[in-house]
Structures are given as C-alpha cells and as structure tokens.
Design a protein around this ligand. Sequence first.
Ligand SMILES: Cc1ncc(COP(=O)(O)O)c(C=O)c1O
Length: 390
Amino acid sequence: MIHNETKLLYTGMHLDKEASNAEELPIYHSTAYALKNMDDYDHAMDGNKYFYSRCENPNRNALSSIISQLEGGEVTYVCASGMSAISTVLFGLLSSGKRIIAHKGVYGETLELLGELSKRFSVLVTYVDMKDLTAFEEACRRSVDYVYTEVLTNPLLEVIDIDAISRIAHASGAKVIVDSTFTTPVIISPIHHGADIVIHSLTKYFGGHSDITGGSITGAEEIMDTLKRSYLLMGGCIDPNTAWMTVRSVRTMNLRVRKQMENARIVAAWLEKNPQIRKVNHPSLKSHPQHELAVRLFKNGEGAMISVSVEDDCDKVNRFIEQLQMIQYLGTLGGLRTSFAHPYTAFHLEFSDEELQGMGITKGLLRLSVGTEEAEDIIHDLEQALEVFA
Ligand SMILES: Cc1ncc(COP(=O)(O)O)c(C=O)c1O
C-alpha cells in the first residue's frame, strides 16, 4: 500500500485529456525529462529529445527559432541577459593573444568587459572610431581575429557602416560581431550585411514591456558550434517563463517598434525646432552626419532612440526631470512608455569629466527612448518641462 505522502509526489504528473493543440505553447518548467532506458539516453544526446533544461528547453527553442528567422541566422542561443550573451560570445571566442577591434562608442559594460579580458586574460583589444573607415582599415593591417560594433551607438546614435566594416574585416580574415539592440530586426538584419554574429539585449525592444531580462546570439551553424561550449558551461540560459514571455512579446515587436519609430521621427523633428535644445541626434534628421547612410542601411525607420543636448547645468537638468509629468527616468529603454536616461550620471563614476567630454557625454545630454503613446502627448510633456531651460 503506497502512502498518501508518496502518492502526492506522483499524482497529477500526466494530463487526463489531450492538450496538444493549445493555441500557445505551454511553459515547460521541468528541469529534466525522464528517459525510458539507456538507448533513450543516447537518443537524447543525439539531440532528438529534451533531457536537461540548461542544455535545451522547448520555450527557449521556440524563441531561438523566431530570432534565427528574424535575423536570417541558422542558430540562436538565448541567454539570461544581454550581458550574458555578450560575455558568452567574448569568453567563447577570445583567448590570450587573440586580437579584437572594438568600436570605441559601444555599450559601457561591453567596454568594461573588454577591459577585463585585456587585463586578466591578455586579450589584445584595440578601440577605433568605426565611423572613420580609414582608421579602421589601418587598425586591420595588424593581424585581427574579431571585430565588435553596434549599428546605432549609445548614446550619440551614430550609425556604423556595417557593410563596409564587414568587407574590410573579412578581407583581413576577421569575424564580425554586431550588437543590434538599438536597431532590432525591424530595421536591419546585420547578417545580411556581412555580420557573422548578431547579439541582442532582449530586455529592450524584443521584450518591449520593461518586464523581462534576456539576450540572444545568432549566427551560422559553424561559428555557433564554436560558442556552444561557452554557452553551456557558462550556464547563462534564459529561464522557460521569461522565454515564454519574450515569445509573446516578440510577436508584436514589428507593430510596437514601427509606432515607436514613427513617433521618434515626429519628436526628433519637433525637438530640432525647440529653442531650448542645442542639438538633436536622430538618424531621420537631415542634420545627422550619417543620415544618408541610415537611409541606405535601414528599412521601416531609423530607430526609436533620440539623444538631445540641453544646457550643461545639472541643477536645471534635475528640475527638468522633476518637471516631467508622464515621461519617466529609467535605467532601461525600448519599452511601451517613453523614458529617458542621463548618460553623464550613469558614467561619471567610471570616467573622468575629461574622458566623458571626449566621448561626447556632457552634463546636458539626455537620451530618450520613444514609446508608443500619441506623439502629441510626448511632445506636450517635453515642452512644458523644457521651460526650465528658458
Ligand atoms: C546596446 C546594449 N547592449 C547590451 C546591453 C546589455 O543588456 P542587458 O541589460 O539585458 O544585460 C545593453 C543594455 O542597456 C545595451 O544598451
């Protein structure tokens, strides 16, 4: 006679009627999948059956196949965050003596990670302004293994010509890694422009609702095979629940991001006319130095991130922040609601004022992530708050 306490562990393990045609994929929380016998173990190891969640999970696989399709890649690994994706790639590919050239204006924590790799593991890192193709070509004259860039840089929204970067890098025998978080596949699929690996922080536009943290790595089978050990051994896989939520969100990404980009165009054009604004950075504007390049590279829009320069006065910037009624000051971007960040505050503990000036990060620089509200309402909130600079 089996005790109730034991039965409790085994009851409810199987469905009592068919549920295989649920409209959405169920969430598979299971850590492991039972094996029938030792042959079944071999069957699982050959990739025919789920076995252990860190290695493979149905929700993660569903998300991987969507991202591969969107990016035009063969394989995608979905990670616990954008930084987990970036570290999986960099730790997976780089070792002592390998050389990587990185654009000098990429995401701050990517720069920090490259700094650590250089200091602690003797990876050779060269920073170049990749808008300057001559300087990049010059840097590629010495042997180079990898090239790392973003398409639209943070926070100045510079556009990098990844067609040209890929061409020069490949001629030097280097593989190209592109973080396309700010651009999304709604406007560009870097693999179609020569990139070998494309990375996303899914936390941003893929998630789109400021309620998930995730990252992805996509590429052709061969290079992804090289990364497989690093992905599995570093253990940074996304959990099934978050993978499910991201699948739900990605199905509306095209709709959301198109509306956000349409708003961004309207807001950028309005900001450019506002007397309190000294400079607006958005590739839709004719005044943007790489406007023509953006027209050539991007489809459907120019991204939904804008940065602006106001007076370099922290007290006034603070009053502006407090004066905003709707737009929030957030440490993220890409959500449904318009938000902004103040890069100077975010970076001034790590970099000196002089270094920040060199990076174009002034006290009056604000970075806007344009949301899906009606553009008029975004403008109205900005207009009344910008009065503090009058
Ligand atoms: C361009 C870019 N890449 C990567 C990351 C890191 O993503 P996560 O915060 O999901 O680790 C960020 C975060 O802001 C980012 O802006």
